[in-house]
Ligand binder design. Sequence first.
Ligand code: NAP
Length: 340
Amino acid sequence: MIRVGVVGTGMIGQDHIHRITNVLKGAQVTAVNDVDEQRARQACAKEHLDAEVYESGIDLIQAPDVDAVIVTSWGPTHEEFVLAAIEADKPVFCEKPLAVTAEGCKRIVEAELQKEKQYVQVGYMRRYDKGYKALKKLVDEGQVGEPLVVHCAHRAPSAPNFSEDMPLTDSFPHEIDTLRWLLDDEFVSAQVVLPRKTSHSSIQDPHIILLETEKGTRIDAEIFVNCQYGYDIHCEIIGEQGIANLPEPASVLMRKQAKRTNEILVDWKERFLEAYDKEIQEWIDSVQAGKVTGPSAWDGYKVALTVEACVEAKSSREIIAVHKQEIPSLYAASDKLLKE
Ligand code: NAP
């Protein structure tokens, strides 16, 4: 049984504690920490957990009876905790972002390179979604031929706490990671087009992001975080031989009063519930097997580089190059394994 310590017992931290305790196999949460100690205690009480509550995240990470760490604290704290886990030789699952700057992600990559070992999995759960996996299988098998164009949309009903660039820095990273993985390709440039603003928010919303990949595929992504009507994710791949769409979540088609209707989900947690379970179960299994798989620190770094290019593209209104980086052999080997 893997003894897991959770740093940050807010919303997603509590969700992961719940799934490890009640849904998944092979691990138990034995230690928790939050800046708000009371919140950490309440998170344990909610699941009837007899976990030790640590005053500091670093003490939890260094505790000898913690085998592996989950970092679900506030984004700007991730780098410090992930680096501490690597230093302590412990596998670490870090919710996105890996770090809030590409420089910070690079420091984590360098820490792993120095140890010649991967410790980190980043919480990009869409790779574990049944629909995205089916889409990737079709692309990998060449069923649509070479992908030429991709149309994406990421819509959420409302985001009252978002500041100006958060649609790019907080929502869009999911698309960035998923597209790199789906297309097995890297981005070379980013452009951000700003349409008319919705009156439902004070920030710019929606954004249209145009990405170009090394192979020449063009992607347009609409990020609309105050769309009002639901949580709705689309991905359409236009290939040389055909077109493949991300499946819609199953919902009953109803005919009533001269209308055909389908329910649309509103809650992102519901949309990706199964994917979160799969993601954390596979992380537990990989910790047990002694080899962390899943989205790596390198993937987290590449996402951060792309996010920074998008933010610059938005403010400059120019097409911005995404810095090209050679993949270190440590990550190239595991990348290859994941594809086999
Ligand atoms: P949240 O509800 O605010 O929870 C974060 C918790 O961490 C809060 O209790 C916060 O306390 C605590 N915290 C802050 N600094 C800390 C520190 N130095 N040490 C220990 N605890 C600390 O946020 P959330 O929605 O759960 O999000 C947490 C992270 O997960 C974010 O990075 C977010 O982007 C990511 N996330 C990912 C997904 C996904 O789809 N993969 C979904 C949701 C969230 P205070 O509130 O008192 O600061």
